[in-house]
Design a binder for this molecule. Structure first.
Ligand code: 7TS
Length: 412
């Protein structure tokens, strides 16, 4: 049984008040809150086990290494892969994609090659490819989105072809709440001997994910969006592909032998883990994954599907409000705007009621241009959110609409 009230008790921050209001935290797509289980895993690590990993023979070094490697196994299990060799810890999704764009892109892309991504990418799956294209002479191609926010798959079939070397796509959109058919894109990529990279920043926290079932070659996600600490995320890659890539960062731990004039590389995944890693954070992410698995990702998805549909319905009842993205098959995100009200002003007003949402371009400026707006407001839900919180959001938007209507002299 999914008991949201019991879940809420695990999150100390949800007891906070903002002024005289109870916190209503609806900015989970930016970062999630952390359960006591994760906070305690961090404290326990620092109080009892802290040491540098993979290099000491003393007791603590051994314990820290075991905890770090146990976290890697938990995350591999969570992403449904036996390949811990392919599971590289990074700072998050952004670093994971940059790793691929540098270590694979700089080595294998050539003039005339193409990287196919979508119009709806977060900047972190666009800018690294722009840089790789500039460095190699490769070109970027973009799968357009249709009016309802889903991908134009007919155009995708035309764009992905003999010149394509890599297809990159968000699994779920941080603005439109769409879930993209990345399995189909992976098939198209592989039919053309190209690789498939999935940006899972907005899927791994919210849906059951199997990198094997997706059929992708790379999968990236961020710990802080899935109940874990900041500063840690993962890149999963097929080991045989990671093996062929150049290192990303050079330094300690990623080497096997160092000579004055050359070096050789450590085994996977250590070849991509240069320097002292965010060990405590990785352990904390392991605890976050344990927590999510104890809830069951199917249950998490079902809870958020319900909240997403409820929010879409409640907000679509508000006069003049524009909602973005498809009507069905959504994640727990709603992006919206009111005519003549800047989303920042709207979120400021909501903040006065203790309701935390995000406004802005959400690091998707090309998508904003495609939607014909400079910014949107966005509410995003997670395991601890409730229908009452969505009611509070809807009432606050209605009051904001009246406030701004009166302010501009227009009929509210
Ligand atoms: N990809 C997607 C789809 C995202 O939503 C984000 C962060 C990232 C990549 C980057 O993740 P990071 O952990 O490396 O920063 N998205 C958001 C957001 O929507 N609001 O704040 C951050």
């Amino acid at each position: 049984m999914y008991d949201v009230e019991e879940i809420r008790h695990h999150f100390p921050i949800l007891e906070r008040r903002i002024g005289d209001r109870r916190l209503v935290y609806l900015d989970n797509a930016a970062t999630s809150q952390k359960p006591r289980q994760v906070i305690e895993a961090l404290t326990d690590y620092y109080e009892h086990h802290n040491a540098n990993i993979h290099r000491g023979v003393h007791h603590l070094a051994e314990e820290a290494t075991v905890a770090y490697e146990a976290a890697r196994r938990k995350i591999a299990h969570f992403l449904d892969t036996p390949d811990t060799a392919g599971l590289v810890f990074t700072r998050g999704t952004t670093e994971a994609i940059n790793l691929v764009a540098y270590a694979w892109g700089r080595k294998f892309l050539r003039e005339g090659d193409e990287v196919v991504i979508t119009e709806a990418e977060h900047h972190s799956n666009l800018v690294p490819w722009q840089l790789a294209a500039q460095a190699t002479g490769a070109k970027l191609r973009f799968i357009p989105i249709l009016e309802d926010g889903t991908l134009d798959m007919e155009e995708a079939e035309r764009l992905i072809g003999a010149r394509t070397r890599l297809v990159g796509c968000i699994h779920a959109s941080n603005v439109l709440a769409t879930i993209n058919p990345v399995e189909r894109l992976a098939e198209l990529a592989h039919e053309n001997d190209a690789l498939m990279l999935v940006d899972g920043a907005q899927s791994a926290p919210h849906l059951p994910v199997s990198v094997e079932a997706l059929g992708c070659d790379f999968f990236a996600c961020s710990g802080h969006k899935m109940l874990g600490p900041t500063g840690v995320g993962v890149l999963w890659g097929k080991p045989e592909i990671l093996e062929e890539m150049d290192p990303f960062l050079g330094g300690g731990e990623m080497i096997r032998e160092v000579h004055l004039d050359h070096s050789t590389w450590n085994d996977l995944p250590y070849k991509f883990e240069a320097g002292t890693m965010n060990v405590a954070q990785a352990v904390g992410l392991g605890a976050a994954v344990d927590y999510l698995e104890s809830l069951g990702m199917e249950n998490v998805r079902e809870h958020e599907r319900r909240l997403g549909e409820y929010a879409y319905r409640r907000l679509s009842e508000i006069e003049d409000l524009t909602l973005y993205g498809p009507k069905r098959e959504r994640t727990g995100i709603v992006s919206f705007s009111l005519p003549d009200v800047h989303p920042h002003d709207l979120s400021q007003l909501l903040d006065e009621e203790g309701i935390a949402i995000r406004s802005g371009h959400h690091c998707t400026q090309p998508l904003m241009r495609r939607l014909g707006v400079a910014a949107t407001a966005r509410a995003s839900f997670y395991v601890y959110n409730t229908e009452e919180e969505i009611d509070a959001l809807a009432s606050a938007i209605v009051r904001a609409r009246e406030f701004f209507g009166a302010f501009s002299g227009a009929k509210p």
